[in-house]
Design a protein around this ligand. Structure first.
Ligand SMILES: C[S@@+](CC[C@H](N)C(=O)[O-])C[C@H]1O[C@@H](n2cnc3c(N)ncnc32)[C@H](O)[C@@H]1O
Length: 253
């Protein structure tokens, strides 16, 4: 498994403060994240955290994702353009907001990876659960998911902040080998706006928000090429939301 340069990611810090400042991901506590997510309602609105019931937000997000995937599919001739993909995975799926509003339209079957059981229980009971599009459900964090199938599309959104840098490299590398020859992975995440260009730690849900540069280093270390990337547009400016970027990844040649 290839990793990022030792000096950047694996140095033993001299003091805890130094660790916190230069490695915000060292503060990630998986148990705290799971406690946080267990404390929020199992509803699509709650998946967008403090955005609550802002249903416009999910509409804009899903529209941006659909448009991005359409453009990426044009770049991969081996991917069928006008028919559904056979197998997708919704990683960190929550209650299946993205599968319901988007992935079920582009994939025949979608596997779900989500560590919080009350979310997947709600998903199974929902109308989506009865539609026959949901494949296997894995109640595990991405750091512990070892894909055993080959996927056409692995969609990972608003959840990789719960993984440390090194866990994220390993996760993306495992996804790389679990893609079909024409398969692709999409990572859609908030971007750090820290003025000094650092990742930002959030102790509400124990997660980090990474810089664009950090994402690129991680994808590179995981053996992935970015075949296309795009900023999500359309969020009203007055809400001062974090910028959101989509990365389409394919294994390096
Ligand atoms: C902001 S919600 C996003 C849910 C979904 N991706 C969406 O956009 O609607 C974050 C999700 O990450 C999940 N999560 C927390 N820790 C995780 C981990 N270690 N691996 C994967 N998902 C995790 C939470 O349970 C929650 O469902």
């Amino acid at each position: 498994m290839s990793h990022l340069p030792q000096s950047q990611y694996n140095d033993e810090p001299n003091t805890k403060n130094e660790a916190d400042a230069s490695h915000p991901d060292s503060k990630i506590d998986h148990a705290a994240s799971i406690n946080y997510w267990n404390s929020v309602p199992a509803t699509p609105g709650a998946m967008l955290a403090m955005l609550g019931d802002f249903s416009w937000y999910t509409r804009i997000d899903l529209r941006g994702s659909k448009s991005f995937l359409t453009k990426v599919r044009r770049l991969i001739p081996a991917l069928p353009r006008d028919q559904k993909l056979a197998l997708g995975a919704d990683c960190g799926a929550g209650v299946g907001r993205i599968t319901e509003g988007f992935l079920s339209e582009v994939c025949e079957v979608v596997d779900i990876v989500e560590p919080v059981e009350k979310f997947t229980a709600a998903l199974k009971k929902s109308e989506l659960g009865g539609r026959g599009v949901i494949g296997d459900i894995y109640n595990v964090g991405l750091e512990g998911w070892n894909p055993e199938k080959k996927y056409d599309l692995i969609w990972t959104q608003w959840c990789v902040g719960h993984l440390t840098d090194s866990q994220l490299i390993d996760f993306v590398a495992r996804c790389r080998v679990s893609l079909k020859d024409s398969g692709l992975m999409v990572v859609k995440e908030n971007q750090s706006t820290d003025p000094s260009g650092k990742d930002m730690y959030d102790d509400v849900d124990s997660s980090v928000t990474r810089t664009d540069l950090k994402f690129k280093e991680i994808f590179q270390a995981a053996g992935m090429d970015i075949v296309k990337s795009e900023m999500q547009t359309g969020f009203p400016k007055q809400y001062k939301l974090l910028p959101v970027k989509m990365y389409a990844l394919r294994p390096k040649n």
